[in-house]
Write a protein that binds this ligand. Structure first.
Ligand SMILES: Nc1nc2c(ncn2[C@@H]2O[C@H](COP(=O)(O)OP(=O)(O)OP(=O)(O)O)[C@@H](O)[C@H]2O)c(=O)[nH]1
Ligand SMILES: [Mg+2]
Length: 347
C-alpha cells in the first residue's frame, strides 16, 4: 500500500480546513469566514481502498496548517512554528490558493486602505511561495473556490501562478462543493511512497476529544462575534467528565443518552471584550453555549452539560507561557513526563 504525510499550506482563509474536512468526511477542523481560524496543525487520516485501474490502497495523513501570515504576537509566531513543523515531515505538499482572492488581487484597489491591504496580501502570498521553493517533495498547486470564479479567468491565473514555482500539477477544485477531489486524491496517492500505516485503520484524527471540544467552542465564538474578539479569544477546558458505566446503563434503561459534563473558560484580553462575549443579561454567552453544545453533542454522541466562563487575561497573545499552555501536544508530553517521573519514584 501507499502511505505518507500530505501537508496543506496556504494563506489564511484559502479553504485549507474545508478541504481537510471534505477529504476526511468528518469535521476534523473548524471552519469560519474569518482569517486565522486554525491555530494548530491538525491531522486528518484517510483510508482509501484500492480502485482497479486507478490507484492502490492508501493511508493518507493530511495535515492542515494555520494560514501563513506576518507574525506580530507570540501567538502568531507559534502559529508559524506549527506551519514549519508541518513542512518538516511531509511526503507531498498541497499549496492552496484562493482563486477568488487571486481575481481581487489582480484588480485595481479602490482607495488608499484597499491599496495597503492588497500590498500586504501580496507580501503574504510571496512568503508562501518562498516557503515551498526550498522543498524537495512534489508540490501540487490546489486552486480553490473555483465555484466563485468565471472559467475564462482560470487559465491566465494558472499561467501566472505556474511562473512563480515548479508544481507537479495544478488542480482546480471547490472544497466547499467537493468538486475536483477525486482527481486530487488520485494524484496524491500516485505521489506517495510505498509503506505501512502510520495510524490504526479506524482513527481519523490525532486530536484528543477535549481539544476538539475546545475548538468547537472557539468556532462558535468566531461565528457569533464581530471583528475584534475572535483573535483575542482562547478556550481552555477545565473540567471534562465522561459518563460512568453506571450512568450509561441507567440512561439506556430510560432510552436516553448519557451526559458529559464539561466546563470551559473563554479567555479574552480586555474588559470590553468580556462584556461583548457575555452580552446583555448573558445573552451572547448563552447563544455561544447553545450553538457549541449542539456541535459537541454530535461529536461525542452523548448529551452535554456545558458551562462557560469568561476571564480577562491581559495581553495573553504576547505571553509565551500562556500560548504554550494552549498546545495540546505539549500538554500530553508534559503529562507523560510527569507520569513516568512518578512511576520512577515509586520503584
Ligand atoms: N465559495 C467557496 N468558499 C469556500 C471554499 N472553500 C472554503 N470556502 C470558505 O472559505 C472560508 C475559509 O475557509 P477555511 O477552510 O476556514 O479556510 P482556512 O484556509 O482553513 O483558513 P485559516 O484557518 O484561517 O488559515 C469559509 O467561509 C469557507 O466556507 C470553496 O471551495 N468555495
Ligand atoms: Mg483553517
Amino acid at each position: 500500500m501507499k502511505s505518507g504525510f500530505v501537508s496543506i499550506l496556504g494563506r489564511p482563509n484559502a479553504g485549507k480546513s474545508t478541504l481537510l474536512n471534505a477529504l476526511i468526511g468528518e469535521k476534523v477542523a473548524i471552519v469560519t469566514p474569518k482569517a486565522q481560524t486554525t491555530r494548530n496543525r491538525i491531522m486528518g487520516v484517510l483510508e482509501v481502498a484500492a480502485k482497479k485501474g486507478q490507484h492502490p490502497a492508501a493511508q493518507i495523513v493530511f495535515v492542515d496548517t494555520p494560514g501563513v501570515h506576518h507574525a506580530n504576537t507570540h501567538l502568531d509566531k507559534k502559529m508559524m512554528q506549527e506551519v514549519h513543523e508541518a513542512l518538516q515531515t511531509r511526503d507531498v505538499l498541497l499549496l492552496m490558493v484562493d482563486a477568488a482572492k487571486q481575481v481581487q488581487l489582480s484588480e485595481e484597489p479602490k482607495g488608499r486602505g484597499a491599496a495597503d491591504k492588497q500590498e500586504q496580501e501580496r507580501k503574504e502570498e510571496e512568503s508562501v511561495f518562498a516557503l515551498i521553493r526550498e522543498l524537495d517533495c512534489p508540490v501540487f498547486l490546489v486552486l480553490n473556490k473555483i465555484d466563485l470564479v468565471p472559467r475564462e479567468k482560470l487559465l491566465p491565473m494558472i499561467t501566472e501562478l505556474n511562473a512563480k514555482a515548479k508544481f507537479a500539477e495544478v488542480l482546480p477544485i471547490s472544497a466547499r462543493k467537493k468538486d475536483g477531489l477525486d482527481l486530487l486524491l488520485k494524484r496524491v496517492i500516485e505521489a506517495l511512497p510505498t509503506g505501512e500505516r502510520y495510524f490504526p485503520k479506524e482513527q481519523y484524527t490525532d486530536q484528543p476529544e477535549r481539544f476538539m471540544v475546545a475548538e468547537l467552542i472557539r468556532e462558535r465564538i468566531l461565528l457569533d462575534t464581530g471583528e475584534e474578539i475572535p483573535y483575542a479569544a482562547a478556550v481552555v477546558i477545565e473540567q471534562y467528565e465522561e459518563p460512568t458505566e453506571e450512568e450509561i446503563r441507567k440512561a439506556q434503561r430510560y432510552k436516553k443518552l448519557p451526559v458529559t459534563h464539561i466546563s470551559a473558560v473563554i479567555y479574552c484580553e480586555r474588559d470590553g471584550q468580556k462584556a461583548i462575549l457575555i452580552g446583555k443579561g448573558g445573552a451572547k454567552l448563552k447563544e455561544i453555549g447553545t450553538g457549541a453544545r449542539k456541535e459537541i453533542e454530535s461529536l461525542l454522541g452523548t448529551r452535554v452539560y456545558l458551562e462557560l466562563r469568561v476571564i480577562v487575561e491581559p495581553k495573553w497573545r504576547e505571553s509565551r507561557g500562556f500560548v504554550e499552555s494552549l498546545d495540546w501536544r505539549r500538554q500530553l508530553e508534559e503529562l507523560s513526563v510527569r507520569q513516568s517521573n512518578e512511576e520512577g519514584s515509586e520503584e
